[in-house]
Design a binder for this molecule. Structure first.
Ligand code: CA
Length: 232
């Protein structure tokens, strides 16, 4: 596998050094930027495979950096934010970020996020034409027939559960916010939609997960949203 190039955007030198030291030790290539404007320029000129983006930058806001980059590129973006910046994190995901890391994070967490993102990248690269059948581990969605099987057994889903599952499947590897999901599934974004979403997600999981308390397919991001994981 060829080496991936990671664009590291972080104005805080100790954190930047932790990231670049980790990347070097694990044979990733990297380029760095300490500002938002610089990040947009580096992204345009170097075409990185993944971007690690701090949200609190000295010039333009990280969310604005995502919006600009998303005008021409689908490159996976992992945002880095402080715990106090939960709303920024949600804005960043809604603007098109794929995942997030919360400061302080460990080297293991950073590497885990990079692995998840690499799997998403592999899916994006092989999935050129839209697939009529989605396969992930024992889960198979036949979009044309509108039917779902799990380990060969048909799953009986309500139309809403099916819509929810398809949305998560189409975005495997990406964290979807409550707002994004409710807007996609219901077309609205009201306070109580999030409560309904939790209920539908619980019934979907009961059918999908063999152990709903330690889900294999759909990961919960408390206060943020959900993600379908790619099963190895
Ligand atoms: Ca910062």
């Amino acid at each position: 596998m060829s080496k991936l190039t990671i664009l590291v955007v972080e104005d805080d030198a100790p954190i930047r050094n932790l990231i670049t030291t980790t990347l070097r030790a694990h044979e990733y290539r990297f380029i760095t930027s300490v500002s938002g404007e610089g990040a947009v320029m580096e992204a345009a000129s170097h075409n990185p495979d993944i971007i690690l983006l701090d949200l609190g930058l000295p010039d333009i806001d990280g969310v604005e950096v995502i919006r600009r980059i998303r005008t021409w590129s689908n490159v996976p973006i992992i945002v880095i934010s402080a715990r106090s910046e939960d709303t920024d994190k949600i804005d960043a995901l809604d603007a098109g970020a794929d995942d997030y890391l919360t400061k302080p994070f460990s080297v293991e967490e950073l590497l885990a996020r990079l692995r998840v993102t690499q799997r998403r990248l592999a899916l994006m690269q092989t999935g050129g034409a839209p697939q009529a059948v989605f396969v992930n581990g024992g889960l198979v969605i036949d979009y044309a027939a509108g039917c779902v099987t799990l380990n060969g057994e048909e799953l009986h889903l309500t139309p809403l559960e099916y819509k929810l599952l398809c949305l998560l499947a189409r975005n495997t590897g990406k964290v979807l916010t409550h707002k994004f999901i409710t807007q996609s599934v219901w077309g609205t974004n009201w306070e109580n939609d999030v409560a309904s979403l939790r209920v539908f997600m619980a019934t979907l999981r009961k059918k999908l997960e063999s152990a709903p308390d330690s889900p294999q397919y759909i990961q919960t991001h408390i206060g943020i949203g959900y993600r379908m994981l790619k099963i190895e």
